[in-house]
Design a binder for this molecule. Sequence first.
Ligand SMILES: Nc1ncnc2c1ncn2[C@@H]1O[C@H](COP(=O)(O)OP(=O)(O)OP(=O)(O)O)[C@@H](O)[C@H]1O
Ligand SMILES: [Mg+2]
Length: 247
Amino acid sequence: MSEISAITVKGLIKSVATQEGELTILNGINMEVKQGESVAILGPSGSGKSTLLGLLAALDSPTSGEIVLDGEALQHMDEEGKAALRKRKVSFIFQSFMLVDTLNALENVMLPAELAGIDKAKEKAEAMLTRVGLSHRLTHFPNQLSGGEQQRVAIARAFICEPKVLFADEPTGNLDAANSQKVADMLFELNRESDTTLVLVTHDLVLAKRCERQLLMDSGELTEKSATSAQNESIESPVGLHSVEAS
Ligand SMILES: Nc1ncnc2c1ncn2[C@@H]1O[C@H](COP(=O)(O)OP(=O)(O)OP(=O)(O)O)[C@@H](O)[C@H]1O
Ligand SMILES: [Mg+2]
């Protein structure tokens, strides 16, 4: 793992207007993730994990605070700038897969590569799908694929542009134990090989433990802790711990 910063977050606040008044979802988040690191974000439902992931991936804008992604400050970027940044550097695996229903597996994986103008998109997509064990499912449409297969297509799609940072929101949330294991193996394998920074949200302690660091989100506040150890004494403290400054 390098010492180059992949993500730097300072004083991140996200508030939204609701019928009951202003709701603060994220309440002063500070975090630092190094290039090539794998980080799990754990925490109760409704604590703000997906909101944070969306902000880090430049899919949404904060109320205040700073995010620097691979050396680029998001703060003063307009929507076009953020879209360009996402295309070049970021992939996002959504819990609900978000595959395009009218495209088959191969076309779904090719799509981001074609949009990014990458050469030999079809060959690369085919290789990536073979990699995730789906060479026999290239022409299947999403509704002709199992949940685990769809998730693997989403992973192939997320990796085809060789992102600097990969965000995954509960990537194994809808999978059975066997498929969870397969998907997680793939994430870490591809993460290691391409030095991709991996930030994932999960309720799965086994998956969280495989990451180098675990962060805990609670009521919009993020702390660095071996969140898993609180619930499982046998889990050692993660190595390569970086401190999260208190806000
Ligand atoms: N646009 C919005 N308007 C109002 N409230 C919102 C909005 N977006 C999120 N929230 C609220 O903010 C809180 C955090 O939502 P978020 O989706 O980040 O939670 P989460 O930690 O990902 O939860 P889960 O584990 O259930 O996916 C929730 O209480 C949610 O209802
Ligand atoms: Mg969520």
